[in-house]
Design a protein around this ligand. Structure first.
Ligand code: PLP
Length: 458
């Protein structure tokens, strides 16, 4: 077992993100000690396949020597450079330019952040600035999608539509609005793609009308809703929403914090969706989780309006660690790896993952299988016809996570019985097959859970 003293020190001092503090005190921490490729090793020596790439971020896999070297080299040469005062560093400039070259359409301007939440937060600030510069400061209302996740900053958490991020925090603010999700498995309009797209278009039109068309600043959407349970919209959904935003004269932000950098196949899911948003937010796969970094991609017309609006004045938005040279050096090496086989491997592994998860459809607990590339989920139910979720008494998030862990697999188990998958793109066929086998074993064990059995019988 782990060192008891570490568990005690953790209990006494480390506040964990998005955790029940009391629950965590009771259960104690599981300490991870090392990792290589797609395998993590805990402090007791147990080896597990990381089917969730940390927090859907370690796209390149762990312990890639060339990434480690790129970071070490940069730390030796120039460990920090501010991007304030007109200063800069070569890796940050090169990364911005390499990324702009690959980003869809005219998204030629890159603002580096520390992660996804502050990337989203930055877009809110830029968008307000943009509309003020355009002489329309009253455009201060923002719309996002139910089940969406846009981070945990004070304002971003209000665009997020998951109750845990609101309760007790006094958010969302009254300028943050939502429209229903496209969630095909549980959509009141059914699962017909065209009906789902039509319903979302109507919902957005109505919401804009209700707020007042001259007051709406922007609409935010994820190409695939990640933290809401890996909800994949029908093909054409993002495109239809993007086009409607253009017609309505409001800005469109694609939040690609999860979907960016190969998670669904290409570097940007927006490319697959055939759209050019006004902004794209990214993080996670940008540095593959080796060091913190996010990026906001800004379209030319937004940049020019902000620049002209500010004139000789400073646009007062920035962080000490904006455009950090070490993160940028890591980003450059990760990008090189993506383009030297990693994206390609991810596409192959993703097809195998989807096929493997599809083979679980006949399991008595599997109600839905969905995903794209290396981003997938299965939704567990106790009654397939009624789509009855697992009972809360079965504590799906904890017990299934534990069972998978015992079987040598890390997955994301959501409270409502959705299991999320986002393995590193470097996974071999054998590793993908092991993810499926270990999932099946964990589901079989879940079938034996007394709380689940009771619910299945009724
Ligand atoms: N936006 C999306 C779509 C996300 O999935 C996340 C994190 O999972 C964020 C924003 C916030 O990113 P971070 O946790 O790096 O702050």
């Amino acid at each position: 077992m782990y060192s008891n003293s570490l568990i005690e020190l953790d209990r006494a001092h480390l506040i964990h993100p998005v955790a029940s503090y009391r629950g965590h005190e009771k259960l104690g921490v599981r300490v991870l000690a090392s990792a290589k490729g797609a395998t993590v090793t805990d402090a007791s020596g147990r080896q597990l396949i990381d089917g969730f790439a940390g927090l859907w971020c370690v796209n390149a896999g762990y312990g890639q020597e060339t990434i480690v070297e790129a970071a070490a080299k940069q730390m030796r040469e120039l460990s920090y450079a501010t991007a304030y005062f007109g200063l800069g560093s070569e890796p940050a400039i090169r990364l911005a330019s390499e990324l702009a070259e690959r980003a869809p359409g005219n998204l030629n301007h890159v603002y580096f952040t520390l992660g996804g939440s502050d990337a989203v937060d930055s877009t809110i600030r830029f968008i307000r600035y943009y509309w003020t510069a355009r002489g329309e400061p009253q455009r201060d209302q923002f719309i996002s999608v139910e089940q969406g996740y846009h981070g945990s900053s004070t304002v971003g958490a209000g665009l997020t539509a998951l109750p845990a991020f609101h309760t007790g925090f006094g958010i969302p603010f009254d300028w943050q609005h939502k429209i229903p999700s496209h969630y095909a498995y549980r959509n009141p309009v059914g699962d017909d793609p065209q009906a789902i797209i039509a319903a979302s278009l109507t919902a957005l039109r109505r919401k804009v009308e209700e707020i007042g068309p001259e007051r709406v600043a922007a609409f935010y959407a994820e190409p695939i809703q990640g933290s809401g349970g890996v909800l994949v919209p029908p093909r054409g959904w993002m495109k239809a929403m993007r086009e409607l935003c253009r017609d309505l004269g409001i800005l469109f932000v694609a939040d690609e914090v999860i979907t960016g950098f190969g998670r669904t196949g290409p570097l940007f899911a927006s490319t697959e969706d055939e759209i050019v948003p006004d902004f794209i937010t990214t993080a996670k796969g940008l540095t593959s989780g080796y060091v913190p970094m996010g990026a906001v991609f800004m379209a030319d017309h937004i940049y020019q309006t902000i620049a002209d609006g500010a004139g000789a004045s400073a646009v007062g938005h920035g962080y000490t660690y904006s455009a950090h040279p070490v993160s940028a050096a890591v980003g450059l090496e990760v990008l090189r790896l993506y383009e030297n086989g990693l994206l390609e491997n991810g596409v192959k592994a993703g097809a195998r993952l989807m096929e493997g998860l599809g083979s679980l459809r006949d399991h008595p607990l599997v109600g839905d299988v969905r995903g794209r590339g290396m981003l997938a989920a299965i939704e567990l139910v106790v009654d397939k016809a009624q789509k009855t979720p697992l009972p809360a008494a079965a504590e799906p998030a904890r017990r299934i996570f534990d069972r998978a862990w015992e079987n040598g697999l890390v997955i994301r188990a959501f409270a409502n019985g959705v299991l999320g998958y986002a393995p590193p793109l470097c996974c071999s066929e054998t590793e993908i097959d092991a993810i499926i086998e270990r999932t099946r074993q964990s589901l079989d064990e879940t079938l034996e859970d007394p709380d689940v059995r009771r619910a299945l019988k009724t």
